[in-house]
Design a protein around this ligand. Structure first.
Ligand code: SF4
Length: 75
């Protein structure tokens, strides 16, 4: 299990994270910013997820491709 945190305020909706790792990230239709998919949200918080270890690599890849570096994967 890894903790994934998105600083949603700073997200520029570039689509990279949910394109690279749609099992973890998705577009929030209300504000077009990235959020954690419902299944992995921590206490319903769209900005914080507890993600199974088999999705760690794709979450890290998505974080690396975020142009404004607002995704944090805590190993
Ligand atoms: S990669 Fe970063 S800027 Fe792009 S949609 Fe995801 S969180 Fe937002």
């Amino acid at each position: 299990m890894v903790r994934v945190v998105i600083d949603r305020e700073e997200c520029i909706s570039c689509k990279n994270c949910w394109t690279i790792c749609p099992d973890v990230f998705e577009e929030d239709p209300d504000d077009t910013k990235s959020r954690i998919v419902e299944e992995y949200r921590n206490a319903g918080d769209p900005a914080t997820g507890d993600v199974p270890s088999d999705l760690e690599a794709c979450a890290i890849d998505a974080a690396a491709e975020c142009p404004v570096e607002v995704i944090d994967v805590e190993e």
